[in-house]
Design a protein around this ligand. Structure first.
Ligand code: F6P
Length: 308
């Protein structure tokens, strides 16, 4: 048995980064518990930074993560997908020990929870204060937690992608090390199918996958959909732009696309906007959106070729 903390230590994580990831994992355990209890799966009566309805669970998860990021005294700036404004370390000043910034989506796909589908929390970590002007290549670590029949945590800090499962005594235990994706796939996850009404190239790509009898695996939650790919060792997840509602696509560069791109690249996969690798896009503002095509290398290459 190998626990998350030991694994981070053996991978050479600096002590402060190891502590930070442990604090994030702790927030994940509380969120997992709150989902299982399921006392309040309804609306909170508020909106998030993107104007979407917030669930009580969104608000609770956001608070649990924020509290853990602030008490660890290692985070200079935290940016939540649920909030307009970043949160700053309270102890800023000469003796401040906070040298990381964390962007997070506290409960991605939360509208699926009342239907008893899997949902997740996603985290992107960079060194220094803030994200604007940086790219996904500046990430020192990324991780996501999936709350499903099991609770799993998958992380990378640039030395492969590794999965841990929450055990009965509340520890994340190593269940899959150095995950490697095959170059080609049998499964496809075509998000934003509305876009085929405006984009002939995307329509042709989706039809090719159907003609070639790929198997559809799309849950509507990016965390479980990317997790499916990593567990099955192959797949392609697509969420293009071109819908009138989301001209840049729906998914956020900072909170979703960068962390998943890092995790998938570290598993030997690829991630592209259709114009450039996702992780090369400069971050200009926290709630920036981007199209994404991510997964097995040959599939991403074929799709990007088909978009031109
Ligand atoms: O951004 C939230 C999210 O739920 C993602 O997890 C998911 O991939 C996407 O939205 C689903 O969007 P749609 O409802 O268009 O399929």
């Amino acid at each position: 048995m190998k626990l998350l903390d030991t694994h981070l230590y053996e991978q050479g994580a600096p002590d402060d980064l190891r502590h930070l990831i442990n604090y994030i994992a702790r927030a994940g355990k509380y969120i997992s518990h709150a989902i299982q209890i399921g006392d309040d799966l309804g609306l909170a009566g508020s909106n998030n930074a993107s104007g979407e309805d917030q669930l009580a669970l969104d608000v609770l998860s956001d608070k649990l993560i924020e509290d853990n990021l602030m008490i660890c005294r290692l985070v200079s700036t935290a940016i939540s997908e649920e909030k307009d404004e970043p949160i700053h370390c309270k102890c800023k000043g000469k003796d401040c020990t906070a040298k990381y910034s964390v962007a997070y989506d506290p409960l991605d796909g939360s509208s699926l929870v009342d239907a008893n589908l899997s949902i997740g929390s996603i985290f992107s970590i960079v060194a220094g204060d803030g994200f604007v002007g940086k790219t996904g290549r500046d990430q020192v670590a990324a991780l996501y937690i999936v709350y499903g029949p099991r609770t799993t945590l998958t992380y990378t800090m640039g030395k492969g992608t590794h999965e841990f499962t929450l055990n009965d005594v509340g520890e994340f235990e190593l269940t899959d090390e150095a995950i490697k994706l095959k170059p080609s796939a049998k499964h496809f996850a075509p998000g934003n199918l509305r876009a085929i009404t405006q984009n002939e190239n995307y329509k042709a790509i989706v039809h090719r996958y159907m003609d070639e009898q790929y198997t559809l695996r799309y849950s509507g939650g990016m965390a479980p959909d990317i997790n499916h790919m990593l567990v099955k060792r192959e797949g392609i997840f697509m969420y293009p732009a071109y819908s009138p509602k989301y001209p840049e696509g729906k998914l956020r560069l900072l909170f979703e696309c960068n962390p998943f791109s890092f995790i998938v690249e570290q598993a030997g996969g690829a991630s592209h906007t259709g114009q450039m690798p996702v992780m090369d896009v400069e971050i200009t503002e926290p709630h920036q959106r981007t199209p994404i095509f991510v997964g097995s290398v040959e599939e991403v290459e074929k799709v990007v070729g088909g978009l031109k």
